[in-house]
Design a protein around this ligand. Structure first.
Ligand code: NAD
Length: 387
């Protein structure tokens, strides 16, 4: 079987789906590996390093002609998708919920699509394949560094002959995988950290990282299915925004990470809350998206300074800014899933298997994933968020 790694074409995408270490492991499992010329450049993995690990270096056309399985980080571009043929498999974070037409096109072309971002994360055996967690960990770490970099003061307490700097007060909103890593990183930089989540079960995790858990009096718990949060009602949302505004005003740095599966990110920092912050404060919005983020006015990939001097950074693809680490972790997720799907040297799809039912999107000319057959409803449902 030939698996092939394409050079990513997404905007600002520096990651690569396999690194040489993973290539060597797949070779040992009897898999032939092809890598598109320059695929690893953005992650500081040279063609030579891939060759040394046992991969063949090929052009995009050669790769598409020869590959049984094409490995990607993000969704391949339209030209690549159009060039795929019957019997080929594409495996990557395809975000199929954001574009139901993609699954239909792949099914019509007879391509098997496997989407890592759809992995059933609660299955213990899926943990080595959980690319959402591996990339969220990296994003949370980087968010704290981006915030520290943009902040015109120190994160730690510093006592010097030229004066004493008080530690920065950092607030993390949303304490899932990314939020917890942001807490740990901000703490290691010496900041005083507080955090809030609608899922009260995160309180002990927050406290174990040395941060203070903020409890709102106006909003109860909002734990939903599968360890995720549920969407708040309009009244809850309003009460949450109002009460959070007071906490936000008392912090120098805010990092927002809140997501609700299948919906646009909840607005946590309103324009009034922004007005309440002091000049020089910094917000990193990890929920920033084209449809709106956790912070009023934030735009993905843009940095805005408000009239009262608050820097609002719309985070876009933070894992790509840590391309070497992100690719190494992603490669482990990809090779775990590949090896799970391998039987006697070729891919053996088995839709009776609960893990495979979660990740296989198209198979034998049909869209087989239940979430694509029956999209979730809701007024602010976004055919978009991949979870
Ligand atoms: P996520 O990216 O979907 O959301 C990030 C956080 O935002 C969550 O903690 C969520 O509760 C919070 N949030 C949503 N709406 C909010 C609001 N209005 N106000 C404040 N906070 C809000 O979450 P994630 O990081 O992908 O992980 C979510 C859960 O999945 C966690 O419990 C995690 O432990 C769990 N998980 C479990 C496994 C496993 O069982 N193996 C693997 C990975 C993740």
């Amino acid at each position: 079987m030939k698996v092939a790694v394409i050079k990513e074409t997404g905007p600002d995408e520096r990651r690569v789906a396999l690194v040489p270490e993973a290539v060597a492991k797949l070779r040992a499992a009897g898999v032939e590996v092809l890598v598109e010329t320059g695929a690893g450049d953005g992650a500081w993995q040279s063609d030579e390093a891939f060759t040394d690990a046992g991969a063949g270096i090929v052009t995009r056309d050669e790769l598409i002609a020869a590959a049984d399985v094409i490995l990607t980080v993000g969704r391949p571009d339209d030209a690549t998708i159009a060039a795929l043929r019957q019997g080929q498999t594409v495996l990557g974070m395809l975000a199929p919920l954001s574009d139901p037409g993609l699954a239909n096109r792949l099914a019509e072309a007879g391509v098997t699509a496997v989407s890592l971002d759809m992995i059933p994360r609660t299955l213990p055996r899926a943990q080595p394949m959980d690319a959402l967690s591996s990339q969220a960990n990296i994003a949370g770490y980087k968010a704290a560094l981006v915030a520290a970099d943009a902040f015109g003061r120190f994160f730690p307490l510093l006592i010097t002959a030229a004066g004493t700097a008080r530690p920065a007060k950092v607030l993390i909103l949303g304490t899932g995988v990314a939020g917890l890593q942001a807490i740990g990183t901000a703490r290691r930089l010496g900041a005083v950290v507080s955090a809030y989540d609608v899922r009260p079960e995160t309180k002990t995790e927050v406290q174990s990282l040395g941060a203070t858990f903020i409890e709102l009096t106006s909003v109860g718990q909002a734990s939903g299915e599968g360890g995720y949060a549920r969407a708040l009602t309009e009244d809850e949302r309003q009460a949450q925004q109002d009460e959070l505004a007071g906490h936000i005003a008392r912090h120098d740095v805010v990092i927002t990470t809140a997501q609700v599966p299948g919906r646009r990110p909840p607005l946590l920092v309103t324009s009034d809350a922004l007005k309440g912050m002091s000049a020089g404060s910094v917000i990193v919005d990890m929920g920033a998206s084209a449809l709106g983020g956790n912070v009023a006015g934030s735009e993905p990939g843009e940095t805005i300074v408000t009239e009262n001097g608050v820097t609002v950074i719309g985070a876009a693809n933070l894992p790509s800014k840590m391309a070497a680490a992100a690719s190494a972790m992603y490669a482990r997720n990809v090779s775990s899933l590949l090896q799970y799907l391998l039987k006697d040297g070729s891919l053996a799809v088995d839709l009776e298997d609960d893990l495979q039912r979660g990740v296989v999107i198209t198979y034998e000319g049909r869209v087989v994933h239940p979430a694509l057959a029956e999209p979730a409803g809701g007024t602010d449902h976004v055919d978009g968020a991949a979870h």
